[in-house]
Design a protein around this ligand. Sequence first.
Ligand SMILES: Cc1cc2nc3c(=O)[nH]c(=O)nc-3n(C[C@H](O)[C@H](O)[C@H](O)COP(=O)(O)OP(=O)(O)OC[C@H]3O[C@@H](n4cnc5c(N)ncnc54)[C@H](O)[C@@H]3O)c2cc1C
Length: 474
Amino acid sequence: MANPPVIEYVVKQGDGYCSGCGVCVGVCPTQAIRMDWNELGMLEPVQGHGECTSCYRCSAVCPFADGLVPNQINPNEDELARTLFDGVRGHHDTALGFYQECLVGYAPATRMAGSSGGMGTWLSLRLLKWGVADKVISVAATGGDIPPFFRYTVSSTPEEVMSCAKSRYYPVQVADAFQRVRQERGRYAIIALPCVLKAIRLAQRLDDTLRENIVFCIGSFCGGQKTAHYLEYLAARSGISHDDCISADFRVKNEGRPATCYSFTCTHRATPATERKLDMCSIGDMWGTGLFKPNACEYCDDITAELSDVSLGDAWLPEYVGDWRGTSLMIVRSDVARQLVSAGRSQGDIELEPISPSQIVKSQAGNYRHRRKGLAYRLYFAVREHRAVPRKRIQRLHIIVNPLKARLYEERAQVQRLSHTAWLRQRDVMGIDLFEKDMALPLRTLKTWTRLASFPQLILPALRKRLARLWPRK
Ligand SMILES: Cc1cc2nc3c(=O)[nH]c(=O)nc-3n(C[C@H](O)[C@H](O)[C@H](O)COP(=O)(O)OP(=O)(O)OC[C@H]3O[C@@H](n4cnc5c(N)ncnc54)[C@H](O)[C@@H]3O)c2cc1C
């Protein structure tokens, strides 16, 4: 039996290029694919019960198949956006994609329940209330006391929507939710990360049910996904082994602290269940280092979910992080989203003010550097090493233009790869000592190269100023 193309070219022959979205399973007509967990704690497609008929629907919706599957040419985010927002009046920005308005603020009623300003939950509630959608597909805790701890679920009541608030830095897949979309007709809204949204938009091109039934997409900014081992690592750092952890919350707000200093909490299965809290500001950089990041995320250049009706992120800017309750960034793209947001503002439901696109980019500056400039280097490395890579909007470098940056990206890739294997060594041993030991040197080396790579940017402006003072222009 032939392997379905996504399994053959994206999972097997690729270099871990699957982000585990599950959209391929949702469009396979013969159940030749199903999703399963791999040893790195990621979801990926595996051979299902049915036979593959080589229809190539799975690779036509895969956000990473373009360039990996022979003869597969899928439109990129810009091309998809052009068809989505054709005729809509707005602007285009190479960093943010197509947009009508850029806003910053919060929803007073849902702010404390949410991760940032509670806008994700507010929008979901309003979509139901105003009848734009009958159901919202978002991510909830499974409620079980064994993994997986989170999954996509379909909500149709405000209570159900509220229970889905907050970011879950954990792999989730949409295949099961898509089955509901097929079985139960209705208008669905979905909240998803950029790669998942790209897959959904590709799927809507070839699947009438998905096109007609999914009427609104909320996009989440993304700095890269995390494997399920990230949760295990944080639980272990809190003193709970993965076998004893029964629930977790990645974003607990800390009164009086900057919004960036949120906590992770998890619960031990002991009777009575005990909760542990971990201050995320005390444990070092979990995002910029690439720890527990799937490799697929290294080949994604969409940071703000450019194919959404509306995108949401954290306002990581000095003027907003001081408010511990959290503040959301919002990019309004479609007309429906603009109408919803403007009605919410005029009814005093949400507090939003305009923000410039450049401020949004600034709030995600490290992410843009790594996912845009860094990607050009990663594509160069891949070609040098004769590795197949997905086709991206970012052009690969043909020569190394900055050896310091090149080394920085190589070191970061090393940390990302090692974190997966180091955790496998630690996983069944109590504590985090083995992991810390394995990661200590690579993390120190990465820190050194990060400093060295940013050194020219730090001294060049000062040097230029000095020279200008010595030799003023006539
Ligand atoms: C893996 C990941 C990486 C992120 N990276 C960044 C980043 O680099 N920069 C940034 O500014 N923001 C990032 N975010 C988004 C940020 O964490 C907040 O989700 C966003 O600001 C919305 O907050 P809110 O308070 O408005 O939404 P809330 O009211 O908290 O609602 C959040 C909504 O997102 C849904 N959701 C939770 N987890 C997931 C998931 N894994 N996939 C899809 N939907 C989910 C929830 O079900 C809920 O409906 C990331 C989110 C995730 C899940």
